[in-house]
Design a protein around this ligand. Structure first.
Ligand code: NAP
Length: 312
């Protein structure tokens, strides 16, 4: 049996349940390809799944390889693959119900893969798919953001936020973003027109009405976001489903997005990257064997851009 290095869990729990070990190398079935992983992005969903927070919603079996952000090279093909070939450089936010990318190899459906942007390396490409698709699906699919509109992006310096800022600017919107003072220069350079220091200002007291709120925080941040929306505006959350009755009471709309794999949208994002209209900021790169440290950093919740595991 051929093996590979991987980081998996056998039970829900703290960072100590992460196991770096040799595991069987997976095989692609029909419609799937085997990807040699070069880099795997770390996202908050990884440690949320590890701790069991999403177990009612996502029914995983153990052992489970974590990590659903990947860039790599196609190693072999299952039957029926028409669009891709061995040797293609690809990136993906693969199916979160299956084994992830903290490993030397991963099997991914062809429909979840796109060719990686040519202008960036695997480390940066692995940081893109989940945050990029989330920004696209929240701002454009759910939020319907258009050129003449105003958007408030919470946690503008975070993995999702820093890409959402750039996509909203690319669309031509006026962008307001929240962060600590440490990140003000960073988010301004990405295109934020008005920066709110959430430590010293209450955004709901200083922001003029907006068409779209991207809620990356939930809780009190979500509660205070209703009143900054224009009538008919929309609050799009990725952390906790907003209450429809609260939206109605404020004369606005709401949506909850759980990001879905989408190769067409990934291809659009790749084009924007290669046209230098969009970039991903990678703050920390660690070896695969250091996934525990990567998750601990992610869990602190104050990163700038992304954390990535180098596999090759
Ligand atoms: N539903 C979905 O499909 C989906 C998809 C992606 C992400 N998510 C969720 O969305 C959340 C954000 O994800 P992410 O990848 O962007 O996380 P992240 O990269 O860990 O976000 C960290 C950022 O949050 C900022 N932050 C912390 N507290 C804040 C506050 N009170 N107000 C404003 N900003 C604050 C920090 O900025 P400062 O250091 O300046 O404070 C930091 O830059 C996570 O809970 C994640 O699980 C959901």
């Amino acid at each position: 049996m051929r093996t590979m290095k991987s980081v998996c869990i056998y039970a829900y729990g703290g960072p100590a349940v992460l196991v770096y070990e040799d595991a069987p190398r997976p095989h692609p079935d029909a419609g799937e390809v085997l990807v040699r992983v070069h880099a795997a992005g770390i996202n908050p969903v990884d440690w949320k799944i590890r701790e069991g927070h999403l177990k009612e919603m996502l029914h995983h079996t153990f052992p489970l390889v974590l990590g659903w952000d990947v860039s790599g090279v196609i190693e072999s093909l299952g039957t029926g693959i028409t669009r891709l070939k061995v040797g293609d450089e690809v990136f993906s936010r693969p199916d979160i119900l299956r084994d992830g990318a903290y490993a030397e190899f991963i099997v991914i459906k062809e429909s979840e893969l796109a060719l990686k942007p040519k202008s960036i390396d695997h480390i940066h490409a692995a940081a893109f798919p989940l945050a990029g698709l989330t920004a696209w699906q929240t701002l454009f699919d759910a939020g319907g953001l258009s050129a003449d509109q105003r958007v408030l992006i919470h946690a503008a310096a975070g993995g999702v936020g820093h890409i959402a800022v750039q996509l909203a600017k690319w669309k031509g919107a006026h962008v307001i973003g929240t962060s600590t003072a440490r990140n003000h220069e960073f988010v301004r350079k990405l295109g934020v027109d008005q920066v709110i220091d959430y430590d010293t200002e209450r955004f709901d007291e200083v922001v003029q009405p907006v068409d779209v709120v991207l809620d990356t925080m939930g809780g009190e941040t979500q509660e205070r976001s209703w009143k900054v929306l224009k009538p008919g505006g929309i609050l799009v959350s990725i952390t906790s489903p907003p209450k429809p009755e609260t939206a109605t009471a404020h004369g606005v709309r709401q949506a909850f997005v759980f990001t879905q794999p989408n190769s067409d949208q990934l291809a659009e994002l790749a084009k924007l990257v290669d046209a230098e209209k969009l970039k991903v900021i990678v703050e920390t790169v660690l070896p695969l064997s250091d996934a525990t440290r990567g998750q601990e950093l992610s869990q602190r919740g104050h990163g700038r851009g992304k954390i990535v595991l180098r596999v090759v």
